[in-house]
Design a protein around this ligand. Structure first.
Ligand code: HEM
Length: 507
């Protein structure tokens, strides 16, 4: 099945952020720290003017859409006498108090209240990233509503207690649904699309690989890889060259994830090899499939003749061949080493997750192992790149936050690479990333499907409901956050706990 929702322009794969139009002005790196500073005086005033007009038009368009949504233009009214009475009274201008009383009374007449419902054929919102109009709809329809597109409907959840019920308290009653269908071609039954027993078994196999010694080795890898990026930025700065940070962050995280997961050096910051192109081909395909109303790629002849599908298949073949080679090399290393497998097992030359899995007895020939490696490659790379890009975008807008962060990084690290011990000391830096993830959550929406009938809040739902949990709405709701749209790392005091779902009113 394909995603039948053109409205949901799920960007950069369904678990990904939308592509940025942000192009920071020339970046001057500050070598003593891993941060960069933005110079906004790079002859960019005319561009700023154009952006200002675009922003005004965007705000106007959004205000018009909000007004249309609030007017009830997209509301699907309930049928029946009470509903007709309510809408008749509303047309006659009856006071809101009476209308609300009638609604509540209607709710108590049936066994259960009905989920508010909106029509999805909203041409006005087709042109933007899907979670933006979902926010406008949330303000009118509340923490749970149904969005209907012809015969198909989706439940949009923006209520923390309902999200908690689906994701934690009753998680066994939900599968990954559409997400698994879109990602099957690349991730198979890897940990992200996997459900039920496969998920439980693979999670138990993979999580032990992420022990403290591994994390310490990875932090040292982050330092070395980031230093290579800084060298590139320094060179660009001294030549007065513009750089596209989104692309560079994406290459940085690809290089890191290759080493961290299967000890492969993509070296994408330096080279544009076939394998790097293959990874991007697959990533873009996942993104495209998430917005196609018809699953062309499932049509047998189309699969074989479409140049695009041929390219995707060739890219997948190349990545899989490289994975196979890496598995063989790694297996040989495991067989030759004398190290006994134990809880904090790690090979110093190859600390990768693949090495841990093979040493722990994972089946080398299994498709499951390849699916999990591919999942981590795709899942780890673009998410991390998006967080870095948005964080630096936000920092470029708030010089005071930027200089506070630089002071902390300089005082904790000075001129050396970070270690695991430094992480706890970089409190302000952590708050900055927390706040960036609040404003630009990765992914902005989580996808699930109900496997059984269930109750969501006061509403009963049936088996087979496709559900979108809008993290974007949860993170920007004026109900839960003061000045919700403001980038303000100070909202979490440095002497308080590191914000998590358990201490941030995730009820
Ligand atoms: C800042 C970077 C990252 C963010 C914001 C992020 C975010 C998330 C989120 C929200 C989920 C839950 C998705 C869902 O339940 O539908 C998830 C799952 C997952 N992520 Fe990440 N991720 C990041 C980095 C990574 C990296 C570096 C890797 C791989 C090395 C990775 C691998 C995974 C895997 C395997 C899962 C599935 C876990 C499970 O279901 O047990 N992620 N990630």
């Amino acid at each position: 099945m394909a995603v039948t929702i053109a409205l949901f322009q799920v960007p950069s794969s369904s678990f990904q952020t939308r592509r940025l139009n942000f192009k920071p002005a020339i970046i001057r790196t500050c070598r003593s720290s891993v941060t960069s500073c933005c110079d906004s005086s790079n002859g960019r005033e005319p561009e700023k003017g154009v952006k200002g007009v675009e922003k005004l038009l965007e705000e106007k368009r959004r205000a018009e859409l909000s007004a249309r949504i609030a007017s009830g233009e997209f509301t699907i009214e309930r049928s029946g006498f009470i509903s007709s009475l309510r809408s008749g009274l509303s047309n006659l201008g009856a006071p809101t108090g009476i209308l609300e009383f009638l609604s509540k009374w209607t709710d108590t007449l049936g066994d259960y209240p009905k989920i508010p419902e909106a029509k999805g054929a909203i041409s006005a919102i087709r042109s933007e990233a899907f979670f933006i109009p979902l926010y406008e709809l949330y303000l009118t329809y509340g923490g749970i509503f149904r969005l209907t597109f012809g015969p198909k409907s989706f439940l949009i959840v923006s209520d923390p207690s309902i999200a908690k019920h689906i994701l934690r308290d009753n998680s066994k009653a939900y599968s990954k649904g559409i997400l698994a269908e879109i990602l099957e071609f690349v991730m198979g039954k890897g940990l992200i699309p996997a459900d039920g027993e496969i998920w439980r078994v693979r999670r138990r196999a993979i999580v032990p690989a992420l022990h403290q010694k591994y994390v310490a080795a990875m932090i040292s890898l982050f330092g070395r890889a980031t230093d290579r990026l800084c060298e590139k930025l320094d060179a660009a700065a001294s030549d007065g060259e513009d750089v596209e940070m989104e692309s560079l962050f994406s290459r940085l995280t690809l290089d890191i994830i290759g080493k961290a997961v299967f000890n492969y050096d993509f070296d994408s910051l330096t080279n544009d090899t076939g394998i790097v192109e293959a990874v991007y081909t697959v990533l873009r395909e996942a993104e495209d499939r998430s917005v196609q109303p018809i699953p062309f790629w499932e049509i047998p002849i189309w699969k074989d003749i479409s140049p695009k599908q041929k390219k995707v298949n060739a890219a997948l073949k190349l990545i899989n061949e490289i994975l196979d080679d890496l598995i063989v090399i790694c297996k040989r290393m495991v067989e030759e080493e004398e190290l006994q497998f134990h809880e904090e097992y790690m090979n110093e030359q190859d600390p990768s997750i693949l090495h841990f899995l093979l040493a722990s007895g994972d089946d080398v020939s299994s498709k499951q192992l390849r699916d999990d490696l591919m999942t981590m490659l795709i899942a780890g790379h673009e998410t991390s790149a998006a967080v870095l890009t948005w964080t630096f975008y936000l920092l470029s807008q708030e010089p005071s936050v930027m200089s506070k962060l630089q002071n902390e990084v300089d005082s904790v690290l000075g001129d050396r690479f970070p270690t695991i011990e430094d992480m706890k000391k970089l409190k302000y830096t952590t708050r900055v990333i927390n706040e960036s993830l609040r404003l630009y959550p990765q992914p902005p929406v989580l996808i699930r499907r109900s496997l059984d009938d269930d109750m969501l809040g006061k509403y009963p739902i049936k088996r087979g409901e496709d559900i979108f949990i809008s993290i974007w709405n949860l993170h920007r709701s004026p109900k839960h956050w003061e000045d919700a749209d403001k980038f303000n790392p100070e909202r979490w005091p440095l002497d308080g706990p590191n914000p998590t779902e358990t201490n941030q009113s995730f009820r």
